[in-house]
Write a protein that binds this ligand. Structure first.
Ligand SMILES: CC(C)(COP(=O)(O)OP(=O)(O)OC[C@H]1O[C@@H](n2cnc3c(N)ncnc32)[C@H](O)[C@@H]1OP(=O)(O)O)[C@@H](O)C(=O)NCCC(=O)NCCS
Length: 137
């Protein structure tokens, strides 16, 4: 039987991989009942950031079609600077796989910590929402 994907088995990198696509500060309105930052808010930051990269690559509208391996490694706290890094890992005919990492700089600290990662898949679409080929090069 094929082994399940387990993000805990992946080595933790010591620096971000990919280009900086978004950067913002985590605010009190984004917290969950524990007082930490809500995971859904982080996912939307990742979707926004990787979507910017996907549409830049495809030069057309794109939609998110899948999200794999989402792993929340460390909590994000109010005041942390939250940066999303993304890179195009592979391009199919109409789809693109984009690994995204979220690194935070803790409030009043200097080092960056990897808090979340996932792989987003986008599909390039036309005005009617139909898949269109991604032009390479
Ligand atoms: C994305 C969408 C246009 C694809 O339409 P479709 O009829 O499934 O198109 P296809 O079967 O031709 O697949 C298109 C590409 O998507 C890929 N794909 C489709 N479903 C996928 C999935 N679940 N995971 C990964 N890739 C997927 C296919 O492999 C194909 O890639 P390729 O062209 O590089 O080989 C359609 O599923 C859609 O509109 N989904 C909703 C997207 C959306 O609203 N996102 C926002 C959610 S809030």
């Amino acid at each position: 039987m094929k082994a399940c994907y387990d993000p805990r088995s992946m080595k933790t990198p010591d620096k971000p991989s990919g280009e900086l696509v978004t950067r913002t500060v985590a605010m009190p309105k984004d917290t969950n009942p524990n007082g930490d930052i809500f995971g859904g808010w982080l996912m939307s930051q990742m979707d926004l950031g990787s979507g910017i990269l996907a549409s830049k690559m495809a030069k057309t509208r794109v939609v998110t079609v899948a999200l794999d391996g989402m792993s929340f490694l460390q909590p994000v706290r109010v005041g942390d600077t939250v940066a999303c890094y993304a890179r195009v890992d592979s391009i199919g005919r109409t789809s693109m796989k984009i690994p995204v990492e979220v690194w935070v700089q803790r409030y009043m600290k200097t080092e960056q910590v990897l808090v979340t990662r996932a792989v987003f898949t986008y599909v390039a679409i036309d005005q009617e929402g139909r898949p269109v080929a991604v032009e390479r090069g």
